[in-house]
Design a protein around this ligand. Structure first.
Ligand code: NAD
Ligand code: MG
Length: 389
């Protein structure tokens, strides 16, 4: 039986996406006595957003797509649920009173609303890794200044967060991020050159949104996660390691100075990481599949190949250079990814374009404010676009 507790309020930025839907599934499972829903945001899928807002009795529903405001308003007519749209609507959702905000918008579009939530002191369950990749230490500082907790949702970072003991922080030697290797783990460069977005989106183990699935195939997702880990756990670039582990059972590991390695394991289901972030420091009781070690029988590991997956090398470059290089890498990559999805550029070209832009912008000074981060992101997008046209 669940213990009686006061219900907390939660806002979900990006509730209609893969993480958003799983978060609402966990919220439903935990029950109304645990969470009440403040605001939900989506973009194009108005039918799902309206259905979620009704089902969870949200106070506010926001579509990022301004042209769909009327559609959302009509879908929620007579419910008493407030409706808003566009960038200002997203900020309104982030600023609405709620103790916990799940940041699950994809890409740098999530940065401004997540920052708004952090500044007012909400606890942030962070799936939107691009916040940390682009804004890095400035984002961490904003959360600290606001006074809320930063709870990693990305499965690798959530795993590290689960096993990293704060009182042993001084003895931390390295973190080891596991990577499935994606659908092209065994492809040659020549094979990868010809793949389409439809093939690239088919992840072997995890069910995720379109962009992160393709980023997993190119290992840009792991590249972003390396930078994310550096900022989250305050690491030097050479303390962030990557190992390919095709079964995705070990979600990541922490290595200490005495040679010990601690790992978090589980079936590949984001609801475990989401549940941990939502209930921290307690553990949720979740109806996810349990690991059956007898059926599993083996776990495999191999070193990542930075020739076929240059994104990993680019992440190291961004971490070593520091400053706004994370924002540059991510901005250029997002433009190249959109172009790949639309069939305007090839799979391997995504890393080539990103590297070119990183070289062109290697001398940008470090950011002293968020405006500098947004400017670096915009400049990287402009240059990447010029290389695709
Ligand atoms: P998704 O594409 O399934 O959903 C994205 C959400 O963001 C949707 O609600 C969509 O409406 C909203 N959105 C899209 N563009 C927007 C814009 N311009 N402005 C405002 N909202 C917009 O993505 P996802 O797979 O749920 O991933 C969300 C975030 O979580 C990403 O940063 C991803 O890297 C991270 N993440 C996802 C997983 C996963 O298993 N899906 C795991 C780890 C981390
Ligand atoms: Mg991950």
């Amino acid at each position: 039986m669940a213990l009686a507790q006061t219900s907390r309020s939660i806002t979900i930025l990006g509730s209609t996406g893969s993480i958003g839907v799983s978060t609402l599934d966990v919220v439903r499972h935990l029950g109304r006595e645990t969470f009440e829903v403040a605001a939900l945001t989506g973009s194009a899928n108005i039918a799902l957003l309206a259905e979620q807002a009704r089902a969870f009795d949200a106070r506010l529903a926001v579509t990022a797509d301004e042209s769909r405001y009327n559609e959302l308003k009509e879908a929620l007519a007579g419910t008493g649920i407030q409706v808003a749209a566009g960038r200002s609507g997203l900020i309104e959702a982030a600023e609405m009173e709620a103790g916990l905000v799940m940041a699950a918008i994809v890409g740098t579009a999530g940065l401004a609303p997540t920052l708004a939530a952090a500044k007012r002191g909400a606890d942030i369950a962070l799936a939107n890794k691009e916040c940390l990749v682009s804004a890095g230490d400035l984002f961490i500082k904003a959360v600290k200044k606001g006074g809320g907790k930063l709870l990693p949702v990305d499965s690798e970072h959530n795993a590290i967060f689960q096993v990293l003991e704060e009182n042993q922080r001084h003895a931390l030697e390295r973190v080891i991020l596991t990577a499935s290797g994606g659908p092209f783990r065994e492809y040659s460069l020549a094979q990868m050159a010809g793949v389409t977005a439809d093939v690239a989106r088919a992840h072997p183990n995890w069910s995720m949104g379109l962009k992160i699935s393709i980023d997993s195939a190119s290992m840009f997702n792991k590249a972003l996660e390396m930078i994310e880990a550096k900022h989250l756990f305050d690491l030097e670039p050479d303390q962030v390691e990557v190992i390919v582990h095709p079964q995705s059972v070990i979600h990541s590991m922490v290595g200490y100075t005495d040679g010990s390695v601690l790992a978090q394991l589980g079936c590949p289901d984001m609801r475990t990481a989401i549940g941990y972030a939502l209930q921290y420091p307690q553990r949720a009781s979740l109806a996810v599949e349990r690991l059956d070690f007898a059926k599993l029988s083996r776990l495999d590991f191999e070193a990542p190949d930075e020739i076929r997956f240059p994104a990993l090398r680019l992440a190291r470059l961004a971490m070593t250079r520091g400053g706004v290089q994370g924002a540059v890498l991510n901005g250029a990559k997002e433009v190249a990814l959109e172009a790949f999805i639309d069939g305007r550029t090839g799979f391997l070209t995504m890393a080539e374009i990103t590297e070119k832009v990183m070289t062109e912008l290697s001398n940008l000074p470090p950011a002293s404010s968020m405006d500098d981060v947004f400017a670096a992101d915009a400049e990287a997008r402009r240059l990447a676009t010029s290389h695709i046209a």
